[in-house]
Design a protein around this ligand. Structure first.
Ligand code: 5MM
Length: 340
């Protein structure tokens, strides 16, 4: 596999003004989302909904890549074209979630480790053949009484590095996602400390396993106050602390950082990304790889009804456009109020 292809794809994913749509919800998660709008989670409904997102005209101006779930990578659009082809034709890179989910970590009550390394080499080869050009693996780190343990951080970092090495070996740009959860009443400073510890450990593992960092991307949480913390930090503090934390934990060789939204509202996720890009002065592109923060409005607009197709795509395009502007620190209230 050529390093040039990986480098070019990594850079294309974080091209200025663009970011990623995370549409890789596993079957139980998409069911939860569909339950929220009263739609049955059948394979056909999942296909129909995702097709609306993938065929939104103009989204390619702001969306460089889409993370798919295994089922979606193998589905076709209504015109019979496989989804990866539909995306490629729009100039969007198809990606694939390759982890098999976070499972209880033996010997560490309340903590999880992400599984899915067995057979990953073969799956990567198949996914490349099906058109995927990047992969994603999500580790979850919970903050709590005495948590996270070093053991949990190390176990997840080791798995993330093995995933990354296998992806690169097979021509796929790995998106390394260590998510420090926002659940809990902890302060933003605790989130800073845990995120910094996690990032340092992740990059130690990646280096130990000789992963070429310039062919990878990082998908971290922003540094935020815990959801139940009485003192919620505003966007300037979030941006300042997130950028400082990244500077302390992420090597310069990494071409880009694509944040997850992690339960922030759609507007909050855009405002915070915008504030970070206003600060600037970092060696990486600061971009987005949002699931909920890009999909909440279109999902609501859709409601499972074919006659809502135009409204669904309009809502999606609007969020993509707002986040595209946030990539340059140029998102404004006026833009938020504008129809797509
Ligand atoms: C879209 O949600 C993804 C899939 O989650 P499950 O495996 O639990 O179904 C998730 O990996 C996502 O890519 C990231 O967590 C970012 O999504 P958010 O919604 O936090 O921006």
């Amino acid at each position: 596999m050529s390093a040039d292809e990986l480098l070019a794809n990594a850079r294309a994913i974080v091209a200025p003004g663009k970011g990623i749509l995370a549409a890789d919800e596993s079957t139980p998660t998409i069911k939860k989302r569909f339950d929220g709008i009263g739609v049955e989670s059948t394979e056909e409904n999942r296909r129909l909904y995702r097709e609306l997102l993938f065929t939104t005209e103009g989204a390619e101006k702001y969306i460089s890549g889409v993370i798919l779930f295994d089922e979606t990578l193998r589905q076709n659009g209504t015109d019979g074209q496989p989804f990866p082809k539909v995306l490629q034709q729009a100039g969007i890179l198809p990606g694939i979630k390759v982890d098999k989910g976070a499972k209880p970590l033996a010997g560490a009550p309340g903590e999880k480790v992400t599984e899915g390394l067995d057979g990953l080499r073969e799956r990567c080869k198949e996914y490349y053949g099906l058109g995927a050009r990047f992969t994603k693996w999500r580790a979850v780190i919970a903050i709590g009484d005495g948590l996270p343990s070093d053991y949990c951080i190390q176990a997840n970092a080791h798995a993330l590095a093995r995933f990354a090495a296998l992806s690169v070996e097979n021509g796929l740009v790995p998106i390394v996602e260590p998510e420090v959860l926002m659940d809990g009443a902890h302060t933003i400073d605790t989130c800073f400390e845990v995120t910094e510890r996690t990032l340092r450990e992740v990059y130690r593992a990646l280096r130990d396993q000789s992963v070429p960092l310039d062919q990878t991307l990082l998908k971290p949480n922003m540094v935020l106050s815990g959801k139940d913390c009485p003192q919620q930090a505003g966007p300037e503090e979030v941006a300042e602390k997130t950028v400082a934390c990244l500077k302390s934990g992420v090597p310069e060789a990494v071409p880009g950082i694509v944040f997850l939204s992690g339960g922030q509202s759609d507007v909050e996720a855009t405002v915070n990304l915008n504030a970070m890009n206003k600060i600037g002065g970092v060696p990486w592109q600061l971009s987005f790889s949002y699931g909920r923060a890009l999909q909440a409005p279109p999902l609501k607009a859709w409601g499972g009804k074919a006659h809502n197709a135009a409204a669904t795509q309009k809502a999606f395009l609007h969020r993509a456009r707002c986040n595209g502007a946030a990539r340059f620190g140029k998102y404004t209230d006026a833009l938020e109020q504008e129809a797509a």
